[in-house]
Design a protein around this ligand. Sequence first.
Ligand code: S3P
Length: 427
Amino acid sequence: MALTLSYSTPSLMGTIQVPGDKSISHRSIMFGAMAAGITTVEGFLLGDDCLSTISCFRKLGVEINLDGDKVTITSGGESSWEEPAEVLDTGNSGTTTRLMLGLLAGTSFHTVMAGDESIAKRPMKRIIDPLRLMGADIRGRRGGQFTPLAIQGTRLTAIDYTLPVASAQVKSAILLAGLKAEGRTRVTEPVASRDHTEIMLEHFGAAISRNDGTIEIEGGQTLTASHVKVPGDISSAAFMIGAALITPNSSVRLTNVGTNPTRTGILDVIKKMGADFDVEERQVSGEPAADLTIRSSALSGIEIGGDLIPRLIDEIPLIALIATQANGTTVIKDAEELRVKETDRIAAVVSELAKLGADIQATEDGMIIQGPTPLTGGIVKSYGDHRLGMMEAVAALIASSDVIIDNPACISVSYPGFVEQLDSLLN
Ligand code: S3P
C-alpha cells in the first residue's frame, strides 16, 4: 500500500526520543546469547531487522523475552546453542547475516541462513573469504558469494587480516569468529568503521587490544552476561535532524542520541554546511550519547568524501536531500559502498529526488547535487529500503504538493512509528 503525505507550510517543534541504535541492538542479542547467564537490555530497537536477530537466536535455543524495549536473554553460553531444525531467516538484515556468519562458523553444528530478495543480492564473499582463511566451511550460491548460505561449524584458527573495504560488518564477523579461534586474531582496517563490536566485547569482559587501526583478540575467551543500555540511533535521528534543518521555523530536540565518534559524520557535515544546532553530551554503557537541538538553517553545499564516508554511510540518502536545499554544489564521493546497500542507493536516491525536481546527478562513487531547488510532489519508490522511504517522507515536508511513497512498510526495518513521530512534531 502506498503512503500519501501532504504537509502545507509545516513547522516542526518539540522533543522526541528516537528508537534505539540498530547496530548496538543487534549486538546486544548476539553478545547476550554468547554469554552464559542473564543479559538484560534496555532501549532495544523493536525494528524488523533486530527482531530477525532475535528470531535466529531463538532457533538456536536461546531464551529471549521482550517487554516493550526491554529484553532479557537467558543463555547457557555459546556452547549450549543447538543445531536449528529450520533455516535461519535473516529478513532484510545485512548485520544479522554477516555477523552471524562469524558466530556460526565456529560452532559444532550445521546451519542454513537466508534472507529476503535484497539480502540475496548483497555481497557475502567479503565475509566468507576471511572466514575460510580461518578454516570455516561455508557454502553459498555462486561459490559462496550470495545467500542462502550453508555453514558447517568447525574449529577455527586465528588470522592476521587487512580489510579490503571499510566495513564494520566484516570486521565484526572476523572478531566474533576470532573469539572462538585458536590463537590471536588481528584485523586491520584501512579507515575506521563503527566500533560497537569492540566496545561491547570489552563491556562483556573480553580482552582486546586496539592500536592504530589494528584490533587483536585472543581466542578461547568467554563472555560475562551483562546489562546493555542502548542509546538512540543517530542514523534514525538523522531524518529528524534533516527535517528540522530544511523545514522553516523549526526547532527540534532529540534526547539521548548515540554519538559514538565513528557514527557522527552527519554532525560534522551539517556543521560544515552551516547548520544551527547544539549538542549536550551524556554517557550510556561505554557508548557516548547526547541531546541534540536542531533549528531550521540556511545551508551551503560542501564536498564529502574520504575517511568521513564510513562515519555517515547510512546517512547519505538524507544528506542528498538536505543538499537539494543548500546553496551551491554538494559533491559526495568515495561512497561506492552505497551500490551494495539494501538497494543501489546511488541510483535510487538520484532517480527519486530527480522525480521531485532536484538537480542531482549520479557518479560512479557518489552524486553531485546543485541547490537550492524547490521540490515538487510526485510518486516515489522506496525500493523496499527503509532509508529511502524515510528520506522521501522528509522531502514531503517541503514539497509543493503530495508525495506518494510506494511500499513505505520497509520503514519499520529501523524506525517503527517514524511517520507518526514526525507528525507529532508538526505545529
Ligand atoms: C553496520 C555496518 C554498516 C552499516 C549497516 C550496519 C553494523 O555496514 O551500513 O547499516 O551494524 O555493523 P558495513 O559494515 O557493511 O559498511
